[in-house]
Every structure is written in C-alpha cells, then in structure tokens.
Design a protein around this ligand. Structure first.
Ligand code: NAD
Ligand code: DAU
Length: 337
C-alpha cells in the first residue's frame, strides 16, 4: 500500500508515520508537509533513511503543488493530517490561514484524489467540531456539528466538504474525530507540553479561567492505531469518534504534571479565560469499538509518565522548537492575560 500523509512533520502525523513503518512491511509513505512553525523534520529523523519513506515540502493550499505530488505517485490512500491546529492562534492571530489550509487545502486534496482515482481518503478531524457539552453525556457521531471557535469552524467546514465529495462524487472517504492527544513530539503551545516545558524552567503555568474545563485525553499512539484501523477497515462515508474516556478538568491534569515532575503547585497561575472556551468535551467511542474492534492501549497514568520521560530525554528537541519565533508568539498569545 502506498499512502500520502499530509502534515506528517507535525505531532500526530509524525507519530502515525513511525507507527505505520513499524507495523507494516508492505507500506510506502510520502509525507507532504509545508513545514510551518508546527512542522519539524527532527521529529522523523529516525525514519528519514527508510527506503519506504519520502518527504516532499509542499503546501496543501497550493493546488499546483498538490497536483504535482499526486501525479508523481500512484497512491492507494490519502490521509489528511495537515492543519492549522491551535485554537488560541485562530482567536488571536486571525482565521485566514485556518480557512486557507483547513478548508481550501482539504478541498485541493479531495479534488486531486478524485481526479487520480485514489481508492480511499481519510480526513483527520476533531471532537471540537461538536462544540461544547453540558455537565452530562458524551459526543456520539450523531451529535450535531456546532463548532464554537474559528479553528473548529474550519475543521467542520472541511468535514462537510469531505462528506460532499463522498456523497456527490463517490470518492471513498472516512472521517475520524478524536479527542485531545498528548505524547512525544507535541509542539509546546498545547496544554500538556506547555505545562511540562514551563514547569521544568520554574515558569508560571497559565491556567485559563477557573481551570474546570474538561478535556478527554488520549495518548497519541492510541489515536494513530485507530486511524490505521479506519484506513484499512472503516466503512465508506462513515464518521468514527475516537476517545479514551479519561475526561478530567484541566487543573487536575496540571496538578498531576507538577506532582510527577516534583514541582510546586505555587507555579500555577490562573489567567484570563479563552474567549468562547468550550466547557467540556467527552467522547463516546462505542462505534469504533463495536464495528472495528479498536480499544485504547494506554491508561492516562502510563501515557503521561511516558510523555514526561520523553520530554526529559529530548530536551534538545524541546529547546530547538522553542527557539526562533516561539518566544515572541508566546508573548502575543499570553499578553494581557
Ligand atoms: P500540528 O499543528 O502538530 O501539525 C500540523 C502539521 O501540518 C505541521 O507539520 C504543519 O507543518 C503542517 N501544515 C500546516 N499547514 C500546512 C499546509 N498548508 N500544507 C501542508 N502542511 C501543512 O497538528 P497535530 O496536533 O499533529 O494535528 C494533526 C491533525 O489532527 C489536525 O488536522 C488536527 O486538526 C487533528 N487533531 C488534533 C488533535 C490534537 O489533540 N492535537 C485532536 C484531534 C484531531
Ligand atoms: O479536542 C481536540 C483538539 O484538542 C484538537 O482538535 C486541537 O487541534 C488541539 O489543539 C486541542 O484543542 P484544545 O483547545 O482543547 O487544546 P489546548 O491544548 O490548546 O487546550 C487544552 C485545554 O487547556 C483547554 O481547555 C484550554 C486549556 N489551556 C490551554 C493552554 C494552551 C490552559 O488552561 N492554558 C494554556 O496555556
């Protein structure tokens, strides 16, 4: 099987490529990535020499670049991980690049896949498209799509275009919607790696609002194993929710990290809330469990310890991604909070 993975230099894409190469001998992977601030080829340094792997620098929002890659290979499947993925950036730095990459970029891939007769298109989506939950219940695949921030609105827009390509043009598409991932190689703008990085330097840990917003945390390799299963066995036109049922308030996650790192809770700093901050996410993954037999393999306890160990052992990776523009962007996102 020859697959195109877009956004493979990012957090989840790089973990997915590594997992695919480890689990399947008969796979060839082309990684198409624009190498934005979130893309980092260091995350794939260990597989760069694998003859089954190739990297192409290209932008999914550029039709010509997408068509050129698609024409140079005969792909059996396209997996679209590429996205602008950070909610705070979509709020504070403007939605244009989110619309460009997440919606137009997805459409370019759909068009190219259709014209080249690609047999399967997997769209990596998110639980955020469902919006926010009240105190009870969990998102199912039948939950209405009601996104609340520019990032999730563009991911929802992309999901609808994928659905349309499937329904109107018969392209074989499947959509996965996963909850919050954590694990190795995550850019330290997201809650868990940001808190680990700040705690290691004894810097304040900025907790938004009252810290009681709930997220459902899944170890990245569990998400990747679910995507691999959906790629091979998912039913055309279906959506699959993926979550681990570990849904806890942010403050609990932050206190757990401080305890495991041996740092003081006095580092916690409550700051101004995120506008339109979704209060609670929780995923009902019954469908993928019953239909495809998927189960998460990692408890939060095991996954978070492995994540901390990874960041401690890979301080150079962390230092490198925090150099350059990281500091000025951090100031922009947290100014006035
Ligand atoms: P990330 O920000 O770490 O990586 C995104 C990657 O996409 C980077 O390598 C970047 O260079 C690349 N990219 C961005 N714009 C591009 C463009 N125009 N053309 C080509 N490449 C481009 O993101 P992530 O956390 O790995 O998320 C991957 C996907 O999974 C996204 O689609 C995201 O919406 C989805 N998702 C993420 C989570 C999560 O918790 N992180 C949960 C559910 C779903
Ligand atoms: O649910 C899946 C989504 O999870 C993905 O689609 C997104 O790409 C991914 O970024 C993530 O979105 P969140 O907004 O939930 O993740 P983030 O890590 O930014 O924030 C997690 C929670 O922690 C959220 O309630 C906001 C809060 N938070 C975050 C940061 C960065 C803080 O309290 N302080 C912070 O500094």
């Amino acid at each position: 099987m020859k697959i195109l993975v877009t956004g493979g230099a990012g957090f989840i894409g790089s973990n997915f490529i590594r997992l695919c190469l480890q689990s399947h001998d008969d796979i060839e992977v082309v990684n198409l990535d624009a190498l934005t601030y979130a893309g980092n080829l260091e995350s794939l340094a260990d597989v760069a020499g694998d003859p089954r792997y190739e990297f192409v620098k290209a932008d999914i929002a550029n039709r010509d670049e997408v068509n050129a890659v698609m024409e140079a290979h005969a792909f059996d499947a396209v997996l679209n991980f590429a996205a602008e993925s950070h909610v705070d950036r979509s709020l504070h730095m403007g939605p244009q690049i989110f619309i460009q990459t997440n919606i137009l970029g997805t459409q370019n891939l759909l068009d190219a896949a259709r014209s080249r007769g690609v047999a399967r298109f997997v769209q990596i989506s998110t639980d955020e498209v469902y919006g926010s939950l009240g105190p009870e219940g969990a998102f199912s695949e039948a939950t209405p799509v009601l996104p609340n921030n520019p990032y999730s609105a563009t991911k929802a827009g992309a999901d609808f275009m994928v659905r349309a390509a499937c329904r109107s043009h018969g392209l074989d598409c499947v959509i996965t919607r996963c909850s919050n991932n954590y694990g190795p190689y995550q850019f330290p703008e997201k809650l868990i790696p940001l808190m680990i990085a700040n705690a290691l330097e004894e810097k304040p840990l900025p907790v938004y609002g009252d810290g009681m917003h709930v997220r459902d945390w899944i170890y990245v390799l569990d998400h990747c194993s679910a995507i691999d299963l959906v790629l091979r066995q998912g039913k055309t036109g279906e959506v699959y929710n993926i979550g681990s049922m570990y849904d806890v308030p942010n403050i609990q996650v932050v206190k757990t990290l401080l305890r495991l790192l041996g740092k003081s809770e006095s580092l916690i700093k409550y700051v101004k809330d995120r506008p339109g901050h979704d209060r609670r996410y929780a995923m009902d993954s019954t469908k993928i469990k019953n239909e495809l037999g998927w189960e998460p393999a990692y408890t939060f306890e095991r996954g978070i310890q492995q994540t901390i160990d990874w960041y401690l052992a890979n301080s150079t990776w962390l230092e490198n991604v925090r150099s350059g523009e990281y500091q000025s962007n951090y100031e922009k996102l947290y100014a006035g909070r």
